[in-house]
Design a protein around this ligand. Structure first.
Ligand code: DAH
Length: 339
């Protein structure tokens, strides 16, 4: 039995992992282990009662000592594994984890900047649904049923006559109904059109709509606000032109075009003829005010729809609209947040 104990000590000494120690435990104390089977392999008939008793005691003693040794070896094998792990954790020579800092998307940055400017002029910033009813998207805006915007070719129609809103103007009558007059608000957001995609057209893009309704609002107020916005956004002199434009929900309606900052007005794939239609606008049509529950005899107002995506392209010199939705981090990471 003494030999067995020595053999066990030697085996445990050579073991370096918890697995190896477990194998040794099985070899000695398992069901078919050397110690477990010791009693079975002994011929008790040759032993006197005293000898039997002594054998039993020695066997018990052996089992206890073997168990203690094995447990000790098991603990130290586990401890050395832990130490190894800890050492690895503080290995200063190991390469670090690459944690990439995100950046804001150029459209997000432009939107945040526009919101700041309008908030400074007392406008509220609102949001409306992207899935919109035909009523708010078209009917309430005086857009007749034979207008091309109502056609399947231009608009994503959903079930139950719902649409993906084709413009943020859809939020105009919602805002009038909710806040009444006087009101000053902008509502930036995503719009959708069933478009063939090219460098200047996307099926998904951003606008920032806004309106002011109060007593005695005129085209002069509209032009003053637009001028302030443009000078704050570009912080330099930019060339603009105002020309008549037709939209069923404004009367009179205008197109405020920006001389293209990408080509200096010479003409390029982004602008075409040197001018970018940046802010269509006008005085709100009396019919639209009525839909909003506002008396056109008492109140008037102006509305505008800034092409937020186009504005971001001009501001950051982006020549192809398709980069904006492509999700390519190499593109997105080029633009540093402005704050
Ligand atoms: N909703 C129009 C569009 O997407 C743009 C627009 C025109 C908005 C005139 C307005 C406006 O607020 O007054 O084409």
């Amino acid at each position: 039995m003494q030999d067995l104990m020595e053999q066990l000590s030697q085996d445990l000494h050579a073991a370096t992992t918890a697995d190896q120690v477990e194998q040794i435990r099985i070899a000695y104390l398992g069901r078919k282990g050397t110690i477990t089977t010791l009693a079975k392999n002994t011929d008790f008939s040759t032993l006197s009662p005293e000898e039997k008793k002594e054998f039993g005691q020695k066997l018990n003693d052996l089992k206890n000592r073997a168990t203690t040794e094995i447990n000790k070896a098991m603990e130290s094998a586990k401890r050395s594994l832990l130490t190894k792990r800890k050492t690895r954790e503080i290995d200063l020579t190991a390469p670090g984890n690459d944690r990439r800092l995100g950046t804001l998307h150029p459209i997000t940055m432009t939107q945040m900047e526009i919101e700041d400017i309008f908030e400074g002029m007392g406008f509220s910033v609102l949001a409306g649904p992207e899935v919109e009813s035909e009523y708010f998207c078209f009917e309430a805006l005086n857009i007749p049923s034979d207008h091309p915007a109502r056609d399947m070719q231009d608009t994503f129609w959903l079930k139950n006559n719902l649409v993906l809103r084709t413009h943020t103007s859809a939020n105009q009558v919602r805002t009038l109904k909710r806040f009444g007059a006087p009101v000053r608000a902008i509502f930036p957001g995503r719009c959708f059109r069933y478009e063939a995609v090219d460098p200047s057209h996307e099926n998904t893009f951003y606008q920032c709509e806004g309106l002011v309704v109060d007593e005695n609002i005129s085209v002069a107020n509209l032009i003053a606000v637009m001028k302030t916005i443009l000078s704050e956004v570009f912080r330099r002199d930019v060339k603009v032109r105002l020309r008549p434009g037709f939209f069923p929900f404004v009367e009179p309606g205008f197109e405020l075009d920006l001389n293209c900052l990408l080509c200096g007005g010479k003409g390029c794939p982004t602008c075409g003829d040197g001018w970018i239609e940046l802010i269509p606008c006008g005085l709100i049509h009396p019919e639209v005010l009525r839909h909003g529950g506002i008396d056109p005899e008492k109140y008037s107002g102006f509305a505008f729809g800034i092409g937020l995506t186009r504005l971001a392209m001009m501001k950051y010199g982006i020549r192809d609209i398709r980069y904006l939705n492509a999700g390519d981090l190499r593109f997105n990471e080029q633009f540093l947040p402005i704050f």
